[in-house]
Design a protein around this ligand. Structure first.
Ligand code: GUN
Length: 284
């Protein structure tokens, strides 16, 4: 059984981004720049935003940080996005989700220029992924593809079952696995006999947000298990995934731990998307 180490693989990705960032600067003078917007003071979002800024520093990007009060109006936020859309020195714009209730998430996503939408949330980028055109791909599913490829796990021809159908993980994950020639099933809370559906999987991807839901009776002997869940135990404060790791690990051929599996890949792929945006703009 192989443990897929997301810390090691995300470090490789960030080091590659760092090297290409230096080359781009030497060749064209471009300084890659990511604008990060946080509205309100959700503690988890503050941690994510801090980590994104730290990653920018590591790979050599400039980061612009906008930490706006909870009372910020939707119009004020849209005005800031508009300004950043028009700013030629900005390559990526990210609004940390969730936004406060008085702001409409969809309106915000739609307002970001698809050319700077490094989260890959804009309908134009989702559509591009769907029909196999160039665009930005949501960072967590893109990171999972890197985990599989860099662990020499064959995707083509395999049965892949994804549990969860969110816009930012389940759906783009299905499209990416399809692009890699897997046979894809998307299961969800209404799926009949979820256990037997999951048991078909050569590659099982759990993105449901239910702690330790996937136990060994959902898993085929020798399957590859990707755990996207990040659940915090209210009593111990410890993180756990959607997969019961101790229970499942002996039965599978490879598995991602939580923490240290999928999690670190998301920010690495965000850096990669932002570099990609700057490369496209520079015509590289
Ligand atoms: N909130 C939780 N995950 C994400 C993400 O990937 N991007 C943004 N912008 N907000 C999030």
């Amino acid at each position: 059984m192989k443990i897929i180490d997301g810390k090691v693989i995300s470090q490789q990705v960030k080091d590659e981004v760092k090297q290409k960032t230096t080359q781009l600067k030497e060749k064209t003078g471009t300084e890659v720049c990511l604008a990060v917007i946080l509205v309100g003071s959700d503690p988890a979002s503050q941690v994510y935003v801090r980590n994104k800024k730290k990653a920018c520093e590591y790979v050599g990007f400039k980061s612009l940080s906008y930490e706006l009060p909870e009372e910020t109006t939707q119009d004020e936020l849209l005005a800031l996005i508009d300004k950043l859309n028009k700013d030629d020195s900005v390559h990526g714009i990210l609004v940390q989700m969730p936004v406060p209730e008085h702001i409409d998430e969809k309106t915000v996503i739609d307002a970001i220029s698809p050319l700077k939408d490094v989260d890959g949330f804009h309908p134009m980028n989702v559509g591009a992924l769907c029909i196999g055109e160039k665009g930005f791909v949501s960072c967590t599913p893109a990171g999972i593809i890197q985990l599989l490829k860099r662990s020499d796990i064959e995707i083509s021809g395999k049965e892949c079952v994804i549990v969860g159908r969110s816009n930012i993980v389940g759906k783009p994950m299905a499209l990416l696995m399809l692009r890699e020639n897997a046979t894809v099933t998307v299961a969800h809370s209404r799926t009949a006999d979820l256990k037997s559906v999951c048991k078909r999987a050569d590659i099982l991807i759990a993105a449901v947000g239910k702690p330790k839901m996937i136990t060994e009776d959902y898993v085929k002997e020798g399957a590859v298990i990707i755990d996207v869940g990040i659940n915090r135990n209210a009593d111990t404060g410890k993180l756990c995934g959607d997969v019961d790791y101790e229970n499942v690990a002996p039965k599978c051929s490879a598995i991602t731990p939580v923490p240290g599996g999928v999690g670190p890949m998301t920010i690495a792929m965000l850096m990669n998307n932002c570099l990609e945006s700057a490369l496209r703009k520079a015509g590289e």
